[in-house]
Ligand binder design. Structure first.
Ligand code: DX5
Ligand code: ZN
Length: 219
């Protein structure tokens, strides 16, 4: 049995009750807190910044999985390390010197992740795979929660899984966007290790039960 990790995306939380929602994730079957940072330049939306991240970090008891949807992410590596991020993912499309950025993330004491947009083939990661702890595969176009899952993702997960096995690396495959109980099981079958879920969790009647069911339907 594979044990999939669940990372609820706090982008879909109720920001008026942020502490409550972070604590709900603490008390749930979730493995990580997923934080979406958007700059209004790399993606056409702005999410939240340092004061909010600090609040999340103060209350969170599980690893912080930070997804940077920003240009020039190198500028903020140390700031996120200081805030207590455990995994820091940068976008492939935003990094001119990806290898150098990955080294800098690791030197700052975090796991290094690379996020790829739906149009970006997994093969572009062939030569950096051994340096990547996690690939955050976007299954929607980044920028907004609540979008529909792009079906082509299944093929990309299988391709990436083959690359990871061929190179014998420990890289985790994370799926981000439109994850729900309809696709979770198929994603895990295809090779996914981590599922991010925002609206499916936070828009549900009982988010804690939804997290638990996601973790079990997918294993
Ligand atoms: C999209 C973000 C996702 C998003 C997922 O740009 O990276 O993490 O919050 O939200 P849902 O699960 O609603 O698609
Ligand atoms: Zn994300």
């Amino acid at each position: 049995m594979s044990s999939v990790k669940i990372a609820p995306s706090l982008l879909a939380a109720d920001f008026g009750n942020l502490q409550r929602d972070v604590e709900m994730v603490n008390d749930s079957a979730a493995d990580w807190h997923h934080l979406d940072i958007m700059d209004g330049v790399f993606v056409p939306n702005i999410s939240y910044g340092m004061p909010v991240i600090k609040t999340i970090a103060t209350h969170a008891t599980k690893p912080l999985d930070v997804h940077l949807m920003i240009v020039d992410p190198d500028r903020y590596i140390q700031a996120f390390a200081d805030l207590g991020a455990n995994i820091l993912s940068v976008h492939y499309e935003a990094c001119t010197h990806l290898h150098r950025t990955l080294q800098a993330i690791k030197e700052a004491g975090m796991k290094a992740g690379v996020a790829i947009n739906p149009h970006t083939p997994v093969t572009v990661l062939e030569d950096t795979l051994k340096d990547i702890d996690l690939v955050c595969m976007m299954s929607v176009n980044p920028g907004f929660g609540g979008q529909s899952f792009i079906q082509n993702t299944f093929k990309k997960v299988r391709q990436l899984k083959e690359m990871i096995e061929a190179q014998n690396t420990d890289t985790l495959i994370e799926i981000d966007g439109g994850v729900n109980d309809q696709n979770a099981g198929h994603l895990v079958e295809a090779g996914a290790d981590v599922l991010v879920a925002g609206s499916f969790v936070f828009r549900s009647e009982d988010p804690k039960t939804t997290i638990a069911s996601l973790a079990s339907t997918a294993s």
